[in-house]
Design a protein around this ligand. Structure first.
Ligand code: UDP
Length: 455
């Protein structure tokens, strides 16, 4: 850490793996620049304080019951969290501002700002009443952040006749109608109100932070700056600045790495659908057969509880398991960033969460895209249609299709061309975080901005 600059930042992540990771990365960056860091977090999915001895962690009650914490309905979870955390968060923040450590009027001003996830929608009046500047971190791609505010309008217009499925959606590029149809299908009017609040909370902030960069999001950045009229900082794929990841909520299976050590260069397909996606038993079996029949070695993450109605992978019959273990390894959670870095990895069958997509780009690993929910549809379109560094499964979870796509990626000229484009994209994005790159400059500006917020 640089010498302390005497300033403190308060961070408030949403308790989801894909939101905790970028917030903790930001915490590490700011700490390395001399800020002291306090993280306010819910009891549910609490980050491991012991992994970050330099940060102060303050837990607030979230009021979620055991059953609610097991809910797979993320929108419901976010609604409940916003309802139930407002008052505990207010108490915690107020106490923090008045605590002996920062208790005098003079010291109070040493807290520079609150940085919260864009999904917390009650922070604006509270921070205002406490005279505390507020920045918003959004964990999606900038183009998704900007485009998703069009969803309520698209729903009102009863958009999307099914026969034009492949047509682009002007209001939300580069999605196709069939993608938006899936997005709208699962959303409700409650969500529309939530989106409006996210929009207003972001617009009234002192700045927006994204884990993206000009190289991945150029047009959207320009447009979002115009729409929101607040400073915007696309500080890049932040995980590249701190090698080891310590914000994992689950314990990674470290045997993945010695297993990969024994495989040939670029021979293994890594398969993971992140921390939220669930699949059915029959989808599990289709994926299992697709992987086995491709004859390519595979490393597959199946989280406990990921397969609806079962505990883990017991739905795979024993004789199939035997055939699978000839070629592959199944784990409950992987050290993903180390896996993607490994020389043996040649492709990633992914759900296209934004963190995973960026991690794959940064390691130059071409993708096979199987988006399930929310921003994953848009990330997959960027990967396949705009950057052309992956193949899209078009939601066909079917063994022959999976086998065919893996073979194209690993064995055919089309796969080789994808790999070459991915190498170029990796280099471009890699340059953005190096000195004077776009993300590097944005980070310098962000540090400067936070510094001046407290003056
Ligand atoms: N991840 C991991 N091990 C796994 C699967 C995922 O460490 O076995 C990490 C991954 O590196 C990424 C995060 O979990 O940083 C998932 O975030 P993402 O935005 O990709 O997807 P989400 O979980 O939010 O759907």
């Amino acid at each position: 850490m640089e010498k302390s600059n005497g300033l403190q930042v308060i961070l408030f992540p949403l308790p989801l793996q894909g939101c905790i990771n970028p917030m903790i990365q930001l915490a590490k960056i700011l700490h390395s620049r001399g800020f002291s860091v306090t993280v306010i977090h819910t009891r549910f999915n609490a980050p491991r304080a012991s992994s970050h001895p330099f940060f102060k962690f303050l837990q607030i009650p979230d009021g979620l019951s055991e059953t609610e914490t097991r809910s797979r309905d993320v929108n419901l979870m976010l609604t409940l969290l916003n309802e139930r955390c407002e008052s505990p968060f207010r108490d915690c923040l107020t106490k923090l501002l008045q605590s002996p450590e920062s208790g005098t009027e003079q010291k109070k001003q040493r807290i520079s700002c609150l940085i919260h996830d864009s999904g917390w929608i009650f922070t604006e009046p509270l921070a205002k009443s406490l005279n505390l500047p507020r920045l918003v971190l959004n964990a999606t791609k900038v183009s998704f952040f900007r485009g998703h505010f069009a969803l309520p309008q698209l729903r009102r217009e009863r958009y999307l006749p099914l026969q034009e499925q492949e047509d682009p959606v002007q209001e939300f590029p580069p999605l196709r109608k069939k993608d938006v149809y899936q997005l709208l299908d699962e959303e409700s009017e409650v969500l529309d109100a939530y989106l409006n609040r996210i929009h207003d909370t972001a617009k009234s902030s002192s700045g927006l932070i994204f884990m993206s960069c000009e190289e991945l999001d150029q047009d959207s950045l320009t447009q979002t700056r115009q729409d929101f009229q607040v400073p915007i900082f696309a500080i890049g794929p932040s995980h590249t600045r701190f090698p080891a990841f310590s914000s994992s909520l689950l314990t990674p299976d470290e045997t993945c790495i010695p297993w990969l050590d024994k495989r040939e260069d670029r021979s293994v397909i890594y398969v993971s659908f992140g921390s939220l996606v669930t699949i059915s038993e029959s989808e599990l079996l289709e994926i299992a057969w697709g992987l086995r029949n491709s004859d390519q070695p595979f490393l597959w993450v199946v989280r406990v509880g990921m397969v609806n109605g079962t505990k883990w992978i017991e739905a795979i019959p024993e004789e199939v398991m035997e055939r699978l273990s000839e070629k592959g390894k199944i784990v409950k959670w992987a050290p993903q960033q180390d896996v993607l870095k490994h020389r043996a990895i040649g492709g990633y069958l992914t759900h296209n969460g934004w963190n995973s997509t960026v991690e794959s780009v940064c390691e130059g690993v071409p993708m096979i895209c199987l988006p399930f929910i929310w921003d994953q549809f848009l990330n997959a379109r960027f990967v396949c249609d705009i950057w052309r560094v992956g193949l899209h499964l078009e939601n066909r979870i079917e063994r022959n299709e999976i086998e065919r796509t893996i073979r194209i990626l690993f064995l055919e000229a089309q796969g080789e061309a994808i790999r070459e484009r991915m190498e170029l994209l990796k280099e471009k994005v890699g340059r953005s975080v190096k000195q004077n790159g776009s993300a590097y400059r944005c980070l310098e500006n962000l540090v400067d901005h936070i510094y001046h917020l407290s003056s």
